[in-house]
Write a protein of this length. Structure first.
Length: 250
């Protein structure tokens, strides 16, 4: 499949927007006549179906850049499913560091495909602000979807069941006191939390900083963040749009 016909990953921040279908950061179609300009001028990519991602320009003025210039994630046209592109790393330091900082309340969104094997703590999207209780992330712990919000971490906030090489969507929502983790539209964990989500920018395919970075071998097909807490019908609509972005029915 030619890159000219594929969908393009976008990244950005959506505030408390009443127009829920217009979620930032989701895969979107770009006309062929615009795609050459988009990739060459803005993303630093060639026009191959498979290319290393050096930088990413998203919606609402957001950006994502490569942390380690020698270890770039790959853009693959059919990575998530036939016709559904994604970015994939090698699990080392191939993290895209975004320009987006987490809000005090909001929702993290990830549409992804698990790697061929599952073990340990891995992060799809997250940040670390210098202490164990000042961080936010979404990813998995072994065969369970897992997350961190402040003092609630990948050991205390996890659930559901993941299988290798399978497509999923996951959402992590948090307000001033509570956080909720969902997998494919079903809540799998919740907790009261303390601490802080910090002010460090978010990373994709791993945490932006900290040791370890929890880099993942999973493939990321869609990623996003809402700048406001969502629940109920609003969350269901967000999840529906997220699932559609990676060709998943939930």
């Amino acid at each position: 499949m030619s890159i000219y016909d594929s969908r393009v990953l976008t990244l950005g921040v959506n505030s408390n927007d009443d127009d829920l279908p217009h979620i930032s950061e989701f895969l979107r179609y770009v006309p062929e006549e615009d795609l050459v300009e988009f990739w060459t001028a803005l993303s630093g990519l060639g026009l191959d179906d498979e290319a290393a991602v050096e930088s990413w320009v998203g919606v609402n003025g957001s950006t994502a850049t490569q942390v380690d210039a020698s270890k770039k994630p790959l853009f693959l046209v059919d990575e998530i499913a036939p016709g559904i592109p994604g970015i994939k790393g090698d699990g080392t330091n191939d993290i895209l560091q975004t320009s987006v900082t987490p809000p005090s309340q909001g929702v993290l969104l990830a549409g992804f495909k698990t790697p061929p094997s599952l073990s340990g703590v891995k992060v799809l999207m997250g940040s670390y602000s210098g202490s164990a209780s000042s961080a936010i992330s979404i990813g998995f712990n072994g065969t369970e979807i897992a997350a961190q919000v402040g003092d609630q971490n990948f050991t205390t906030l996890k659930g559901g069941l993941l299988t290798p090489s399978t497509i999923y969507i996951a959402t992590l929502s948090w307000n001033a006191t509570d956080c909720f983790l969902r997998l494919n539209g079903e809540q799998v964990a919740s907790a009261s939390w303390d601490g802080s989500v910090g002010t460090a920018v978010l990373g994709l395919l791993g945490r932006n900083a900290g040791s370890p970075n929890y880099n993942t071998l999973a493939s990321l097909g869609a990623a996003g963040i809402y700048g406001a807490f969502k629940s109920g019908a609003d969350m269901e609509l967000i999840e529906e749009r997220l699932a559609n972005a990676i060709g998943l029915s939930i």
